[in-house]
Write a protein that binds this ligand. Structure first.
Ligand code: 6PG
Length: 227
């Protein structure tokens, strides 16, 4: 079903949601520009994607956001995606565009923006927080007002409370496909605010994020408050 520019795929369990997201990641990994999400939800999808396609030589890999910590820090999105995906591949992506979290936030953001240039990414995987944040775009934060820059430094709106680097709404809007992967009843209210009939609002940053196509893969619990 589609609503307000969002297509939904509702499945029974988080495992099925991970399988569906992994299939789409693996398909684009045959030759595309893919931005990965951090947090915990995508971990299983990455593991399955690596099983489905072990050769990512045709892909360039990016991240939607990063915590400003070194890449081997347990809070690093790069570290999580390296463990769950990259380390499991037989052929690495052609280029891995790591956000250099070890730099000062503004420097890391400028460095990443230079690397991204005016590329339109083929697929951007995003998660959703219970407060409706996505990437490191937090409710009512200054980053939501950015209309020119593609990458900015952002103050954390949730644990871990370290500065962040995040793609901006205009950068995400250029993506051919924005794919949200959300599971769990604790996200149900945020899902309804982000993808339901309510007006888009800075209170719920994910309601402001749409790509060329926008698909939300949800388990039943996460979709339970969608009317
Ligand atoms: C991060 C992510 C963030 C995440 C959501 C959901 O750096 O943490 O970019 O936006 O996707 O907070 O996190 P969970 O998947 O852990 O619920």
């Amino acid at each position: 079903m589609a609503r307000k520019g969002v297509d939904f795929l509702v499945v029974n369990t988080a495992e099925e949601a991970a399988q569906e997201a992994a299939a789409r990641l693996a398909a684009v990994a045959g030759g595309g520009q893919i931005a990965l999400a951090g947090g915990s939800t995508p971990r299983r999808a990455y593991q399955i994607a690596a099983e489905r396609r072990s050769d990512w030589g045709g892909a360039e890999v990016w991240w939607g956001d990063e915590r400003c910590v070194p890449p081997d820090d347990e809070r690093s999105n790069y570290r999580m995606t390296h463990e769950a995906l990259l380390a499991r591949l037989e052929v690495q992506p052609r280029v891995v565009h790591r956000i250099r979290g070890e730099l000062a936030p503004a420097e890391a953001a400028d460095d990443y923006a230079r690397e991204l240039g005016d590329r339109a990414l083929d697929l951007v995987l995003l998660g959703l927080g219970p407060d409706g944040h996505t990437a490191s775009l937090f409710p009512n934060s200054p980053a939501l007002e950015e209309r020119e820059r593609t990458v900015v430094a952002a103050e954390p709106g949730r644990e871990p409370l370290v500065p962040r680097v995040t793609l901006t709404i205009p950068a995400l809007a250029r993506a051919r496909i924005v794919l949200f992967l959300v599971d769990g009843g604790d996200k149900a209210a945020a899902v309804a605010r982000a993808f339901g009939d309510a007006e888009p609002s800075a209170d719920t940053p994910a309601s402001l994020v749409r790509g060329g196509e926008t698909l939300a893969i949800l388990d039943e619990a996460a979709a339970s408050q969608l009317s």
